[in-house]
Design a protein around this ligand. Structure first.
Ligand code: BDP
Length: 628
């Protein structure tokens, strides 16, 4: 008797432990039906499995694959009194329809609809290295390398639930090893997981691979042997993976090899790869994040246009230029990149950063959708062929480090499907799916999420200040940062240019003239101090400390008011979160772990916001009234 009692007790404890919500199920349904998986293969089979496992409704669901009914991955859901019908022309479309139906079920609002993705290419970019480290990753080691995580199917599923249809599986600072036979076999295994979820595999390549791997004396893109090497490599990849997507390339940037090493242009380099990929339907995504090479010494934010605009028109049709949303580097606020104005003959893709390199990493609650929507208010999605987001996942139980960083992954996927969705609608949706549908929770937390990005801008770099982060790791403030042995473009003092007269980088026509790269009306608007939006003022102008702002306050006081507001906002977020505790636990009594983990991070964010304010105010104050 006694022994049986103990066994039961242990079993009960195990069940309780297993139920504690660690955030690993993301926004996806958690309650399963017990069913066996189907024999149908590919994304359509996956769709069937998803519905059998998670659909709970009383009405039967019918899936119809109908050629030419809809374009690309679009789908239609028709709800009648007798049944629910999902129609698409591709098997991916059916999978997306199934996930949408399940999402509507979770939200308690199943209705008819027709959905069309805005972009054909909806990609996640991994900056994962083969040794398991993740460049700018803040959620533990890589889920891909050196050994594949057993959560790989869950990972593919989470992406497919958002409509992601491609993943670049290795860092843009790419190891040539990735193309070795040994590693390509591992790529095949990853591909087999992704394929089931309608996701294509893409690789970042190292431009010098023909030398490092192939033993050739050069990687000159016009050398016939080099071209042959790439053709053979690409053919071999397609023999292994007929559905392979193509290459992403970082060339002649931050020390990476590229065509410039042989006095060849980016077009020469990209076209060589494009030619090899073209017979298989593959693409080249060539990054415009380039500085310090051919235009060394020029204002860093101008260099991408200087480099690529003269080449516009020279790229083969299967080359796409991939450009970060802002012209510098994923700062909490940047103006849009003028590459999107100046490159008109070559297809463009935008690269957004889901991982919060410069936005508090996985320690700050910062919801990025308002920032991305801001970008789309300047650059029409119709101008873009595709969208890529730099992943924020790792081996952490909750995938993203901060539970609220999951919202950024979710929001990226939702916007990649439909950039017309509002940031607020996405936040509400995510909160309901991830925590509870209780409005007493959803309303205040939506408000917190929506305010969080502006708060981050306020306590880190208000009014257009930028890149005043600590060197290398980019966490925390270092406004006085200067290292003589570093390129100037990495030093904070280069970006704020504070002196006794004022602060800010003069990029107007009296300065570096970066404003001239913008289309009208932005060119004139940004160029003139009196019309430049105040949230970008110090990005474009060197402004006197006593300059009268729209509020009537002098610049210095306005700056301090922003730092104060940022800190006060984080304090407020923390208060709201504390009030949420009973609601989180009411929805799921086993949710104390998630609540506590967010609580701990919010406390840390409060301290860190104060550190930013203190350090920056102390530093900038030292310039006031000091003669030159
Ligand atoms: C910067 C990162 C660096 C990346 C680089 C890139 O600090 O780690 O390699 O961008 O995008 O944001 O290539």
């Amino acid at each position: 008797m006694k022994r049986i009692g103990m066994v039961l007790l242990v079993a009960c404890q195990l069940i309780v432990a297993a139920r504690a919500n660690d955030g690993s199920s993301l926004w996806l349904p958690r309650e399963k039906n017990e069913v066996a998986s189907t024999l149908v293969r590919g994304p359509q089979g996956t769709a069937l499995d998803e519905l059998r496992t998670y659909y709970k409704g009383p009405m039967p669901v019918r899936m119809k694959l109908e050629k030419n009914a809809l374009q690309g991955d679009a789908y239609r859901i028709v709800v009648t009194t007798r049944q629910i019908e999902l129609t698409a022309s591709t098997s991916n479309g059916l999978l997306y329809a199934a996930f949408d139906l399940l999402r509507m079920q979770q939200l308690g609002d199943i209705r008819s609809k027709e959905e069309h993705p805005a972009f054909d290419l909806r990609l996640i970019n991994h900056w994962d290295n083969l040794d398991g480290s993740v460049e700018r990753g803040y959620a533990g080691k890589s889920i891909l390398y050196p050994t594949l995580s057993d959560r790989m199917a869950d990972y593919a599923r989470a992406n497919a639930s958002l409509g992601i249809n491609g993943i670049v599986i290795n860092n843009v600072n790419a190891s040539p090893k990735m193309l070795s036979e040994e590693w390509l076999e591992k790529v095949c295994v990853i591909n087999s997981y992704l394929e089931r979820y309608g996701i294509r595999t893409y690789l970042s390549i190292n431009f010098a691979s023909p030398m490092a791997l192939g033993g050739l004396p050069t990687a000159d893109p016009l050398d016939p042997q080099v071209r042959q090497w790439w053709r053979e490599k690409v053919d071999a990849i397609y023999r292994l993976m007929p559905n392979f997507g193509g290459f992403l390339v970082k060339a002649n940037s931050e020390g990476q090899p590229g065509p410039g090493d042989y006095q060849r242009s980016h077009a020469d380099g990209a076209n060589m790869l494009a030619e090899a990929l073209q017979p298989h339907g593959g693409i080249v995504m060539w990054r415009c994040f380039v500085y310090g090479a051919n235009h060394k010494g020029e204002d860093r934010v101008k260099q991408a246009v200087s480099e690529f605009q003269p080449l516009d028109g020279q790229f083969l049709p299967n080359v796409i230029l991939q450009t970060k949303n802002g012209p510098l580097d994923f700062q909490p606020r940047e103006p849009y990149s003028p590459v999107f104005d100046q490159i008109t003959k070559t297809p463009n893709m935008v690269e957004l950063q889901i991982t919060q390199e410069y936005l508090g990493q996985s320690r700050h609650l910062v919801y990025l959708a308002p920032m991305w929507k801001e970008f789309f208010s300047f650059v029409s999605p119709q101008r873009l062929r595709g969208i890529a987001g730099v992943a924020n996942v790792g081996l952490d139980d909750n995938w993203c480090g901060h539970h609220f960083s999951q919202a950024n992954w979710y929001a990226f996927g939702r916007l990649a499907w439909n950039p017309g969705l509002s940031a607020e609608a996405i936040a509400r949706e995510w909160l309901k799916l991830t925590f509870t549908r209780d409005e007493a929770f959803v309303n205040p937390m939506t408000e917190v999420m929506m305010a969080s990005r502006e708060a981050c801008v306020d306590y880190m770099m208000p009014l257009g200040l930028h890149h005043i982060f600590q060197f290398d790791h980019h966490y925390g403030p270092d406004p006085g940062g200067f290292k003589p042995d570093y390129p100037l473009e990495w030093c904070p003092v280069y970006y704020h240019q504070a002196d006794s007269l004022g602060v800010g980088f003069n990029r107007s026509s009296t300065g570096t003239n970066a404003t001239s790269q913008y289309r009208e009306p932005y060119r004139s608007q940004y160029d003139d101090l009196s019309t430049c939006p105040e949230n970008l003022l110090l990005w474009f102008h060197h402004v006197p400390w006593d300059y009268k702002m729209k509020s009537g306050r002098p610049l210095w006081e306005e700056l301090c008011a922003h730092y104060d507001r940022g800190v006060a906002e984080v304090d407020r977020f923390h208060e709201v979160w504390q009030q949420m505790r009973p609601l989180v636990l009411l929805a799921d009594k086993d949710d104390s772990r998630r609540w506590q983990e967010v609580e701990d991070r919010l406390q840390h964010q409060q301290q860190n916001a104060r550190e930013w304010r203190q350090t920056c105010i102390d530093y900038f104050r030292s310039f006031l009234g000091v003669p030159q």
